[in-house]
Design a protein around this ligand. Structure first.
Ligand code: NZQ
Ligand code: ZN
Length: 390
């Protein structure tokens, strides 16, 4: 196991009605004015935004709102919201939504203190050392941004979708998780969220670090529980316990606990970020296409850990060759994603006639050439994985 540092200073409030605590939580942080950031309208339609505003008002916290953040959030609204922040000088930011809203809030929070353009952080030109504190009211279990120190933004000019990672500066100071808020999710978003959280676990599972049995088992247990609960949630969208289990899994999948002491991969996320930057696809749906293709590739190049996952999670016989075991694992994951109604090919994702050479160049530009993860990937390998998505 590798040495590691793990610090997660987020306070979670979980359960029915916790969104009504947002005012009290903000006041306890000493915030007198906040900027509320929200998405394209679901929080208005459900009445959640109204509840958040009421709770803040009752706690004596004043607010300004900034709405309209779209999935796969872009740089433009980040700059606009930084401008707004500089005018109203808030003590904190409240993100009401999912990964897209939370990541926008994080980019704004860091950009607020930065003299240059906020994209400097994403271009690797400046580290994030200081940020406004963020509180979250989560509406979709998926990206795990409510517990992570990461943010992902797309630059519309360069076409790059880039992720930044901090140990704790960008972790929310509090996150409010009410499973009932997820009842209104369209089935496709619920399913995409499930694929995303599973991917967050697997990006950590596929490691070159030896001697990490505890985190291996944490990851396997989480994956099994998610797949179990996913079936219930898809059949009964208002099953509280299933929604609650899925919601907490989304946080555990990505707050770092499954990655302690091990090298992580993140190649599949890189492959997907190219697809969502280029075609605007839903991140989790893209991952349902990418991951089985990645596993299929690994079956003939580096099968051991993929085969191990299949044995332990799906009960695939241990006497199969590692290559066959890994292929069978890819088939099982593909089948599971299909059972949720997710796409598992580029065609099903709505992408026809992709230029694989171009996608490969984008990946290597953003992730390094060669990409060094579970396996080192150069142009040939990356293109081969994209071709397995057809
Ligand atoms: O915008 P509104 O109207 O709110 O609708 C959203 C959006 O259309 C809708 N939605 C959310 N909660 C809802 C709801 N609809 C009905 N009822 C509710 N309760 O769902 C749609 C998707 O929302 P979004 O925030 O985009 O989803 P998600 O949480 O999957 O976030 C995706 C973004 O997060 C990034 C992804 O790349 C993508 O840009 N990621 C962020 C990570 C991080 N910060 O750590 C890690 C992830 O790997 C991921 O890359
Ligand atoms: Zn993800």
């Amino acid at each position: 196991m590798d040495n590691f540092s793990f610090y997660t200073p987020t306070r979670y409030k979980f359960g029915r009605g916790v969104e009504n605590m947002v005012g009290e939580m903000a006041r306890n942080e000493g915030w007198r004015t906040v900027l509320i950031i929200y998405g394209g309208g679901s929080a208005i339609r459900s009445g959640l935004l109204e509840k958040v505003c009421t709770s803040l008002s009752q706690a004596g916290v004043s607010f300004v709102t900034f709405g309209g953040i779209k999935p796969n959030p872009t740089d433009g609204p980040v700059r606009e919201a930084i401008g707004m922040c500089r005018r109203c000088n808030p003590d904190g930011i409240i993100a009401v939504g999912g990964g897209s809203v939370i990541d926008t809030a994080k980019a704004v929070a860091a950009g607020f203190y930065h003299d240059g353009d906020f994209w400097d952080f994403f271009a690797g030109k400046a580290p994030v050392e200081k940020a406004l504190p963020i509180g979250v009211v989560l509406t979709i279990p998926a990206a795990g941004s409510e517990g992570s120190g990461n943010a992902v933004i797309t630059n519309t000019e360069t076409g790059q979708k880039i992720s930044i990672r901090t140990e704790f500066v960008l972790r929310p100071v509090f996150s409010l998780l009410d499973p009932e808020l997820t009842y209104t999710l369209p089935a496709a978003q619920t399913a995409a969220g499930i694929a995303d959280m599973m991917a967050h676990i697997m990006e950590r599972y596929f490691t070159t670090t030896e001697g990490v049995e505890v985190t291996d088992r944490l990851a396997e247990g989480l994956l099994m529980a998610i797949m179990d609960q996913a079936k219930v949630v898809m059949a009964e969208p208002e099953n509280y316990d299933a929604r609650a289990n899925i919601m907490w899994s989304g946080t555990l999948a990505h707050n770092g606990i499954c990655g302690c002491g091990r090298r992580e991969d993140w190649g599949s996320h890189g492959l997907e970020h190219v697809l969502s930057a280029e075609y605007g696809v839903t991140h989790g749906a893209g991952l349902a296409v990418v991951f089985p293709a990645w596993m299929t590739f690994m079956a003939s190049h580096k099968p051991a850990k993929v085969a191990q996952l299949g044995q332990r999670v799906f009960g695939i016989p241990a006497d199969l060759s590692p290559e066959k075991g890994a292929l069978e694992t890819a088939t099982k994951f593909r089948g599971f994603f299909k059972s949720l109604g997710l796409p598992t090919t580029l065609g099903e994702l709505g992408i026809e006639g992709a230029d694989f050479g171009y996608l490969t160049r984008c990946f290597l530009r953003d992730k390094g050439n060669p990409f060094k993860g579970y396996m080192t990937l150069g142009p040939e390998e990356v293109e081969a994985i994209y071709r397995l998505m057809v």
